[in-house]
Design a protein around this ligand. Structure first.
Ligand SMILES: [Zn+2]
Ligand SMILES: [Zn+2]
Length: 133
């Protein structure tokens, strides 16, 4: 894992908290997690998250308004997620063909695509096993 991004103390704390959580966290949940380590204000969390998202180390899961540490190499990329409708578990999947998404936008005359996020909703393995039993 290469680390091209030099993180500030706050960014490192927020990223570590997200990696340990292994599930999407709201900014306020993150604030709770790091509040005993010197981060007291939501704006400090948002500033750190902005930088981490820009660096591609963290994704915002738009529909959940929550943040998750990138499970892939730490390289800026378009993200896709599986979201379990029963337990809320979120998995990151690698978009093998991001150009196909970009092409969707290019079909609209004059439209320039800047970002995209794919959210696949359904049941995770554990929940579909539980539903079947
Ligand atoms: Zn990612
Ligand atoms: Zn589930």
């Amino acid at each position: 894992m290469n680390k091209p991004v030099k993180l500030t103390e706050h960014q490192r704390l927020v990223f570590d908290a997200l990696e340990q959580a292994k599930s999407p966290q709201s900014a306020y949940a993150l604030l709770d997690a790091v509040s005993d380590q010197g981060i007291k204000a939501p704006v400090q969390i948002y500033r750190a998250l902005d930088k981490l998202v820009a660096a591609g180390m963290v994704h915002k899961v738009e529909s959940l308004n929550a943040f998750i540490a990138c499970h892939d190499r730490h390289e800026r990329h378009w993200a896709a997620f599986t979201i379990c409708e029963a337990c809320g578990a979120v998995g990151e999947v690698v978009l093998t063909d991001p150009e196909a998404l970009e092409a969707l936008g290019s079909d609209v005359e004059g439209f320039e695509v800047h970002s995209a996020q794919v959210e696949l909703r359904g049941l995770c393995a554990a929940c579909s096993a539980a539903a079947a039993s």
